[in-house]
Design a binder for this molecule. Structure first.
Ligand code: ZN
Length: 222
């Protein structure tokens, strides 16, 4: 399945859902839900108040009642979709394929999402955001087992090795080397070589994710 070209988005639009949830989905420092401290030329510091409330004119004031059950399910599904930077069509496709065969659908869905090439590039710090990860892959900077793979949705398997094409992309490699990303236990990183090995398929409890996956499954199963 090819990843569709992304539409250009207005500044901050990526974080719209963060504001609804009240915290950044990816823990990014430049999210509007964080307090920003600015230092002016004379040394005084001013801090902006965090915009940890829903976007829009009535965001800060309008009372939003308790979400309906459907609303809760929808919100968890949206959080999952945004976190992995997927279209609705892509997430539904991955859900449908996770449903087939043996095993728990939610666990398989998470594994399939984590083992996409662009997710591994993000998780391992080869790119600093999920959006940068998609671009680094589609711009042919990433090798899998020594060969260029430019498909962001490529499904990795244990034993495979992901590297930055350092000869062709020295700048991308430099950025990857500076990363201080915390590497989850199913990945192993050789920082200086910009090399990431898939150690094993991720276990649900190893995946750093703030989404209730059972609600996502319930949403699609309705
Ligand atoms: Zn955010």
């Amino acid at each position: 399945m090819a990843d569709a070209a992304k539409k250009p988005s207005v500044k901050g639009a990526k974080h719209t859902l963060c504001r609804r949830v009240g915290q950044c989905l990816w823990g990014m420092p430049n999210c509007p839900t964080n307090t920003k401290v600015r230092k002016s030329a004379d040394g005084t510091e001013t801090s902006s108040s965090p915009r940890a409330y829903p976007a829009g004119q009535h965001g800060p004031t309008r009372r939003r009642g308790k979400l309906s059950t459907y609303g809760e399910l929808l919100l968890e599904k949206q959080k999952l979709r945004k976190f992995y930077d997927l279209t609705e069509h892509q997430l539904r496709f991955i859900y449908e394929s996770s449903k087939r065969g043996e095993g728990i659908t939610g666990d398989k869905l998470l594994r399939n999402l984590e083992m996409r090439l662009m997710t591994v590039v993000y998780r391992s710090g080869l790119a600093s955001t999920i959006f940068a990860a998609r671009q680094v892959v589609s711009h042919r900077h990433v090798l899998v087992d020594g060969k260029i793979v430019d498909r962001a949705s490529y499904r990795l398997k244990p034993g495979q090795v992901v590297t930055i094409n350092a000869e062709r992309s020295p700048k991308i490699a430099e950025i990857a080397k500076l990363s201080d990303a915390v590497i989850p236990p199913y990945l192993e990183k050789d920082k200086d070589a910009c090399k990431v090995t898939i150690v094993h398929e991720p276990l649900p409890e190893e995946i750093p994710l703030n989404v209730e996956i059972t609600k996502v499954i319930e949403y699609y199963a309705r």
